[in-house]
Design a protein around this ligand. Structure first.
Ligand code: NAD
Ligand code: UGA
Length: 463
């Protein structure tokens, strides 16, 4: 039996530890956080995050071998293995502001582990970190005069929100990096043995420490790059009457390219893609690899362009003015099946529409509270309405910003009848039946496809 501790009970710490506890009943797993409200929520029936399947896993393990607590110091004393899953946001101040990772929470945790340890431990980097962070951690932890040795292991997390439990239960791979020393290799084996309880051994990849750290940043950069690539092509499709869904299918059937992550959209969101790419850009700049930095930075710039392009297409389609018009946003979450609104394109679009003095109404099944909080001062100018039919009533336009499946199943005839005419729909996720909507009377604008309108001013294609 091992005492496993996880510091940080967020989107990663909570679900990952719940899955470990469920699959390793012989181990005791404690998840701690400084945020008391969050820990209280993990102990209750109203979990702090929405994630399909999470309730069942929590119900299975909580109070059996899974515990949530705010007592960080006491739990450090008892732990054999400590996963650190604190947030590593983009730095907003000083050197590297706007790009580098802010490691203050991570370093504070390392010092807290050092202060409270009375036995050697394995410290696992679960947070996403710049490559070679482990070296700094080793230096802090092994600077002690208690004669204690700490092994630092990199075990980055690849789960995606909305599918976190499935991704954890059936991962494509688990990655574990450590020093190539006897002690590092013993530590790697301890972590391998935990995952091997439910993950086939051939899916557990072991690497050196730096490859472990860098692979996480590289994986997110490659995933985001695919979205920016297809979004770049979507802009050209709109100018040429090519259809981006057909292009994505045509290129995705090449087995060397593959079909996934080629859905053109209003842009990628989420707490990590932008922050991790900017972190990668900063690292490259620090090593004077300016061309490499510029290459990856373009992925983020293309995403910002796509969001801005979506809004300017809305304005120009609606006769170059949206001031005073009611615009209903279907979706606030950065993707379906999550309540998370961090870096959500929906909120970027909302802010841009408010700047144009539109009246914005947002509907979403799970993300309205987070949207209200994330919009800050701007939230006062927005109406938050859980019922999409009520939200769309008297609107001039609807914009689909999150691909919630039920948005495709609404009664759009009834919605169209309740709207101001001419009624517009802007599908930022390509999830609706556009021909059908057009036949109902909507003017339909889609990412990467020619618009379907009822205006008689000829083709929208400019050559
Ligand atoms: P989060 O903000 O949801 O959770 C982090 C938690 O750490 C917060 O609850 C915070 O209160 C807590 N914390 C901060 N300092 C602490 C301290 N000193 N002691 C105790 N608790 C402390 O963040 P997250 O989304 O879970 O991400 C955590 C890390 O995992 C980040 O590095 C992120 O890049 C990475 N990651 C996130 C995802 C994802 O889908 N969200 C996926 C893979 C990797
Ligand atoms: C992403 C990665 O997929 C995870 O592997 C990684 O662990 C995680 O980041 C992280 O490090 O935080 P996540 O951000 O939760 O996971 O969600 P994704 O499914 O990757 O979607 C990210 C964004 O891209 C969403 O806004 C989504 O709508 C958008 N997207 C995705 C597209 O616009 N098109 C696509 O084809 C796919």
């Amino acid at each position: 039996m091992a005492n496993i501790l996880c510091i940080g009970a967020g989107h990663v710490g909570g679900p990952t530890m719940a899955v470990i506890a469920k699959n390793c009943p012989q181990h005791r797993v404690v998840v701690v956080d400084i945020n008391e409200a969050k820990i209280a929520a993990w102990q209750s029936d109203q979990l702090p995050i929405y994630e399909p399947g999470l309730d069942e896993v929590i119900r299975c393990a909580r109070d059996r071998n899974l515990f949530f607590s705010t007592e960080v110091n006491r739990n450090i004393v008892e732990a054999d293995i400590i996963f650190v899953s604190v947030n590593t946001p983009t730095k907003t101040f000083g050197q590297g502001a706007g790009k580098a990772a802010d490691l203050q929470y991570w370093e504070k945790t390392a010092r807290q582990i050092l202060e409270n340890s009375t036995s050697p431990k394995i410290v696992v980097e679960k947070s996403t970190l710049p490559v070679r962070t482990a070296q700094a951690m080793e230096r802090i932890l092994n600077s002690n005069d208690k004669g204690l040795h700490f092994d630092v292991v990199s075990n980055p997390e690849f789960l995606a929100e909305g599918t976190a439990i499935r991704d954890m239960e059936h991962p494509d791979r688990v990655l574990i990096g450590a020093r190539e020393t006897p002690s590092g290799q013993r530590a790697i084996q301890v972590i391998v043995d935990i995952y091997a309880q439910w993950v086939p051994r051939e899916r557990i990849i072991t690497t050196n420490l730096w490859s472990g750290e860098l692979s996480k940043l590289a994986a997110n950069a490659f995933l985001a790059q695919r979205i920016s690539s297809i979004n770049a092509i979507s802009a050209l499709c709109e100018k040429t009457e090519a259809d981006v869904a057909e292009v994505a299918h045509a290129i995705g059937t090449d087995s060397r390219i593959g079909p996934r992550f080629l859905r053109a959209s209003v842009g990628f969101g989420g707490s990590c893609f932008k922050k991790d790419i900017l972190n990668l850009v900063y690292l490259c700049e620090c090593y004077s690899l300016y061309e490499v930095a510029a290459y990856w930075e373009q992925v983020v710039k293309m995403n910002e362009y796509q969001e801005a392009r979506f809004v300017s297409n809305m304005v120009s389609a609606m006769f170059n003015t949206i001031a005073g018009k009611r615009i209903t946003l279907f979706g606030a979450a950065f993707k379906a099946h999550t309540g998370d609104t961090r870096e959500s394109p929906a909120l970027a679009v909302c802010r841009a529409l408010l700047e144009e003095r539109a009246k914005v109404i947002i509907t979403d099944p799970y993300a309205l509270d987070n949207a209200r909080a994330d919009l800050g001062d701007a939230a006062g100018q927005v109406v938050f309405e859980p019922d999409p039919y009520v939200a769309a009533k008297d609107a001039h336009a609807i914009a689909i910003l999150t691909e919630w499946p039920h948005f495709a199943e609404l009664d759009y005839r009834a919605i169209q009848e309740s709207m101001v005419k001419p009624a517009f729909i802007f599908d930022g996720r390509n999830i609706l039946d556009h021909e059908k909507l057009h036949a109902m009377g909507f003017n339909v604008y889609v990412i990467g496809k020619p618009p379907l309108t009822h205006f008689s001013n000829g083709s929208h294609i400019e050559r």
